[in-house]
Design a protein around this ligand. Structure first.
Ligand SMILES: Nc1ncnc2c1ncn2[C@@H]1O[C@H](COP(=O)(O)OP(=O)(O)OP(=O)(O)O)[C@@H](O)[C@H]1O
Length: 601
């Protein structure tokens, strides 16, 4: 999903977009200022060289004084060496700000993304977030290294150079400087067109990253369904669109660069011809003409690089817009996420969960769509396991998402031990509630890191958790035990092993309430039987709400709630519901055709 900017074409100026980077630049202001001053000094040294040249030509050369010529040569050498070493020092000085600014921005982006509500993640494609944290930050780093320091230096150099030229030969100077108003007008028009083009290219690069990311993370499906041809065609389409956008950008940049190089070149050629005629007529000394042309040559790089520098500013402004678009999404405040229960909520042992008249509608649901949940009232006693069963689309996952407050209920309330969970901080709530999904999510890292995920416990606590879910044996058989690194998403483990690690993650936290989206549903029958006991251990230790798709999971529960069309239509034991509710019996009969929500309506 690409979020293209609404106010394309100048709603925000390049300057305004870049100004938002100020807080990241401030800590390095002194390094940046010194680096800019050094660049300015190097430019001034370059401007001083033609003056030394004039002194040599009009003085020692004209008066045949070889000793003084050598002295002048030495002065030129010193100026050149000074300029080169200043550039070296400047580069060294910039290293820390450049890496620091990028690291700081990346950390802020990552931290913010982690704190975004789940519904915001639904609106953002993964590749768009990824490209904003990688490519766009590199563009911003290049901006700080280039245009940010050099544009003011160029402006200062051109001003000093123009004054020198006017003082030396005002007529020739006016000829050389004549293209400047034309260039300023062109640069102004270039801004809006180039900014649109660069924003489009960056958005398309984000889309391309999304396609690549999906193809890599979904490689099993791609291979399994032999859909690599379809994926490749999609990829090629995105690459082609990005290429066209980059070509358009290059065309615009080529146009302005050609103008920036050609017009001053033509003006300099005219000035050179006129200067040569004036020299011939004896109205201008050869030294002055040389110094004039030397000054023009020293200004050359500042002029010719201006096009690329302006483009760098617009690239950076578009990248800054993309970066701050993510940061502008409202995130959960830091202290909301901090754990540490309030004294009154800090009870030990299994919790009691009560849902009172809970209703919920997704924000992006269509106006005709019924709410995902309606008037759901349930009570789960401390230590009890309640299974939630229902046809596909009946609202089971939605119900499970409300308990750790991934979404907030629109109606009714959810009480944990008598406290409305809306009044608890997210950190406090989530320190008491653990959640696991049907597809266990593992991160690249060791087994221990995957189990602990930041939970504070010692090696004994980790062993105990692994033992409880009967994962100790397979973990011991791995080359480095719990320190064995599992591949991305735990690819090196079997489905059952991954699920055990995910269950151990719950056990190690000793939660007072667990919410499980059927941990058995994605497993084959044999593995299901193996995990069954591990799951029983987890459920015995705490209060639980478990989404159940299979009889094996429902049988583990003390009671079952049957959901249909977002409402609870029956509550009872598995055996009771099997005997008395035909919809339930149908859902729990293996291979029975499931009643979809559409059919229910
Ligand atoms: N992010 C969303 N935005 C809009 N509607 C959604 C969203 N997620 C789910 N829904 C809708 O809400 C309803 C309940 O979905 P939910 O995922 O809770 O059902 P479920 O019972 O868990 O289904 P399944 O067993 O297939 O996982 C469905 O009609 C679904 O289309």
């Amino acid at each position: 999903m690409t979020r293209l900017r609404q106010d394309r074409g100048g709603g925000t100026s390049t300057f305004r977009s870049l100004r938002r980077m100020q807080p990241y630049l401030l800590p390095y202001r002194w390094s940046l200022r010194v680096a800019t001053a050094l660049a300015a000094l190097a430019s001034l040294l370059a401007l001083a060289m033609p003056q030394v040249l004039r002194w040599i030509v009009d003085g020692p050369v004209a008066h045949h004084q070889p000793g003084e010529v050598t002295l002048g040569g030495l002065a030129l050498l010193l100026l050149g060496a000074g300029e080169a070493s200043i550039f070296g020092v400047r580069r060294w000085l910039m290293a820390s700000p450049l890496s620091g600014i990028e690291a700081h921005m990346r950390a802020d982006l990552h931290g913010h993304v982690q704190r975004l509500p789940i519904e915001v993640h639904g609106r953002w494609a993964g590749g768009q977030l990824l490209s904003r944290g990688t490519t766009d930050l590199q563009v911003l780093q290049q901006f700080v290294a280039g245009p940010f320091t050099f544009l003011p230096v160029f402006a200062a150099t051109l001003t000093v150079g123009a004054v020198i030229l006017l003082a030396e030969q005002w007529l020739l100077a006016l000829i050389v400087l004549a293209p400047i108003p034309v260039l300023i007008l062109r640069a102004y028009r270039f801004e809006s067109r180039y900014r649109d083009a660069t924003r489009r290219a960056q958005d398309l690069a984000g889309d391309l990253t999304t396609v690549i990311l999906e193809s890599v993370t979904g490689i099993r499906v791609v291979k399994g369904f032999r859909s690599s041809g379809e994926r490749y065609a999609r990829l090629r389409g995105r690459i082609q669109r990005l290429r066209e956008a980059e070509m358009h950008k290059a065309g615009l940049l080529g146009g302005i660069s050609a103008l920036v190089t050609t017009l001053p070149g033509l003006a300099t050629a005219c000035a050179l011809v006129l200067g040569a005629v004036e020299d011939e007529r004896g109205r201008l000394s050869t030294g002055t003409l040389l110094a004039f042309l030397g000054t023009v040559a020293a200004l050359g790089p500042s002029v010719s690089a201006t096009g690329a520098m302006l483009a760098g500013c617009h690239d950076a402004a578009a990248a800054a817009d993309r970066f701050f678009e993510v940061l502008d999404e409202t995130a959960v405040p830091e202290d909301e996420l901090r754990a540490g229960p309030r004294p009154e909520a800090d009870r030990r042992g299994p919790a009691e969960l009560i849902l009172e008249g809970v209703g919920f509608r997704y924000r992006d649901a269509g106006p005709e769509d019924p709410p995902a949940l309606r008037e759901v009232s349930l009570r789960i006693r401390p230590g009890e396991t309640l299974a939630v069963v229902g046809a596909t689309g009946s609202g089971k996952s939605t119900l499970a998402s409300l308990i750790p407050r991934l979404y907030e209920p629109g109606e009714g309330r959810i009480m944990l031990d008598g406290f409305d969970i809306a009044d608890l901080s997210l950190g406090e709530l989530r320190s008491q509630v653990s959640v696991a999904f049907d597809q266990p999510v593992l991160f690249s890292g060791t087994i221990a890191q995957n189990v602990l995920l930041g939970a504070e416990t010692d090696a004994a606590g980790l062993d105990q958790a692994l033992r409880a879910v009967q994962a100790d044996e397979f973990v011991r058989s791995l080359p480095d035990g719990a320190s064995t690194v599992v591949g991305e998403n735990g690819m090196s483990l079997s489905g059952g092993q991954r699920q055990r690690v995910a269950l151990a993650r719950i056990m190690v936290r000793r939660p007072r309430l667990v919410v499980l989206d059927d941990p058995l549903s994605a497993l084959d029958v044999e593995t299901e039987a193996q995990i069954h006991d591990a799951l029983r251990e987890v459920l015995a230790a705490t209060t639980a709400l478990v989404i159940a798709h299979r009889p094996a999971t429902a049988e583990l529960a003390d009671r079952v709630a049957l959901l249909a069309g977002g409402r609870v239509i029956a509550v009872g034991t598995h055996v009771e519901l099997l005997a008395s509710v035909p919809e339930y019996a149908q859902l729990m009969t293996p291979l029975a055709p499931t009643v979809s929500r559409e059919e229910e309506r």
